[in-house]
Design a protein around this ligand. Sequence first.
Ligand SMILES: Cc1cc2nc3c(=O)[nH]c(=O)nc-3n(C[C@H](O)[C@H](O)[C@H](O)COP(=O)(O)OP(=O)(O)OC[C@H]3O[C@@H](n4cnc5c(N)ncnc54)[C@H](O)[C@@H]3O)c2cc1C
Length: 290
Amino acid sequence: MVEVFCPKSLEEALSIRAETAAMPFSGGTDLMVRWRTAPGVLPEVPRPLVLLGHLKELQYITENREYVTIGAETTLTDICRSKAVPVLLRTAVCQMAAPALRNLAVIAGNIGNASPAGDAVCVLAALDALVVLSSASAQRELTIAQLITGPGMTVMQSDEIITEVKIPKVQRTHLFYRKVGTRRANALSKLSVCADALIQDGIISEVRIAAGAAAPVVIRSHDIESQMQSMASGELIQQKQRFLDAYDGLIVPISDQRSTAAYRRRSALNLISQFLDTFQQEVHSCQQCC
Ligand SMILES: Cc1cc2nc3c(=O)[nH]c(=O)nc-3n(C[C@H](O)[C@H](O)[C@H](O)COP(=O)(O)OP(=O)(O)OC[C@H]3O[C@@H](n4cnc5c(N)ncnc54)[C@H](O)[C@@H]3O)c2cc1C
């Protein structure tokens, strides 16, 4: 017999977490798979649960001048439908699972699962998103890199809940998202890359590159990105191999039922290379205008 709490409000949910450390349960699309046993047999739930997916006060998408903010219990379907959500996140979420699952699964579940192959996690890392963790007595904001420390591991405390995700609004000229999966629907990523850049007058002002399922946590290197910044896009393309070699040094993939480590490494580098190749258009347009 499992103990299940069904709070009427976030406040009640937070006090249940503080008193019992019951496990957050949102859409259950990760948890029910994790706990399944044999076909036709009820899943084995190891600890008390606190249901969160029905809490309307955590279902919203808002924006102001600085951030797009997504309530933790917003479904993937609602994220797909919202024009306020940054294109890269919408693109990734619309490719996750399949419509029926997206109606149940929420953004906090993808983050809380802390899988290296979590598609929203990879995009949120690229977009410098802040994950808001709340407890009955405090609130804190962490980046994906600060929150997720390994496969299935986070620094979330037993009295905390993810309550929202804040995505800084920025101007970008180049957007890139590719997911490599066995098929288009209902397939977890073998590998994914999310990246963007701001190129002005042929000079790279900003660039962000994240790779999912290529290491125990999403790969993002501020060091490599800062080396790219201020370069002319043509110069970067000439030096592309140097940057690919640097990313190669960060990739630590595993072989599992979905893919081999070698395929993941090759695909990650190919996708980063494809993203950098999109800067070629800047070189052409700059040459035309000069
Ligand atoms: C057939 C199938 C296909 C899938 N395809 C994809 C895919 O393409 N890409 C992908 O990334 N994933 C995929 N998934 C995985 C899953 O659907 C997603 O990770 C989804 O976002 C999980 O959300 P959920 O609400 O169902 O999470 P749940 O299963 O409810 O929870 C997952 C984890 O997050 C924690 N959690 C939930 N809510 C909170 C909260 N508010 N605060 C703190 N922790 C919380 C839970 O305790 C648990 O550890 C797939 C799953 C299935 C079964």
